[in-house]
Design a protein around this ligand. Structure first.
Ligand code: BEZ
Length: 211
């Protein structure tokens, strides 16, 4: 069965551009993003990997480690790294996993045979400090991902993990959030003593507690 939210992210050992790792040990006590790209030396993937390198500081700030994967060997990743630096203006500053035997791609269901039976799709797994999968996104090979959205979703995951709130449509850090419906008004008064705006009894907006 496909991996689902709340499942423990499968552990594995693998060669990467930064040496051999055991995944859970590599994650440590923080968050992680594991993202697959279909193939080395391809145009969309080149732009995505450069973008993640440019934005690594934004992941670091959130306590999130990033790691890429494709079914190519690490020796190809190392050759391709020069092209990423040359064309995207950013050198790889996070590891890429080599998965030529597709073991990890199989574990994570990154190959969707009805789309392509040899290459991975563009999977994203956001993994929490408890090693559980908090969010998955799947894009086809032809569509590059939006890393603004991935960072935005991480902000929501980290906020909603700490406070009894949910984030509304298109929410961004600093905007009002929603008090979870499971919290009664009496309980909410203790958590949010400055009050909230109730548009409906079940739709209660409160200031972002992390802002
Ligand atoms: C790309 O990254 O450009 C790409 C990779 C595989 C199939 C199609 C596009």
């Amino acid at each position: 069965m496909a991996l689902q939210l709340g499942d423990v992210a499968p552990d594995f050992e693998a060669d990467t551009t930064e040496g051999r790792i055991r995944f859970h040990e590599w994650i440590g006590d923080g968050w992680a993003v594991l993202f697959s790209h279909p193939k080395d030396f391809t145009p969309v993937c080149t732009t995505e990997l450069g973008e993640v390198a440019k934005r690594k500081g934004e992941f670091d700030k959130r306590g999130v480690k990033v790691i890429g994967l494709s079914v190519d060997p690490v020796s190809d990743h190392e050759k391709w790294a020069g092209d990423i630096q040359e064309t995207q203006g950013a050198a790889l500053n996070y590891p890429l996993i080599g998965d030529p035997d597709r073991k990890i791609a199989g574990l994570y269901g990154m190959i969707h045979p009805n789309a392509d039976d040899t290459l991975t799709v563009r999977s994203v797994f956001v993994i929490g400090p408890d090693k559980k999968i908090k969010l998955t996104i799947t894009y086809p090979a032809s569509t590059g991902r939006n890393f603004d959205e991935i960072l935005r979703a991480i902000d929501s995951l980290q906020l909603t993990g700490r406070h009894q709130v949910a984030t509304p449509v298109n929410w961004k850090h600093g905007e009002d959030v929603i008090i979870v419906p499971s919290l009664s008004d009496d309980e909410a008064r203790k958590k949010f003593p400055d009050g909230w705006k109730a548009l409906k009894p079940y739709l209660r907006l409160v200031k972002d507690p992390s802002a």
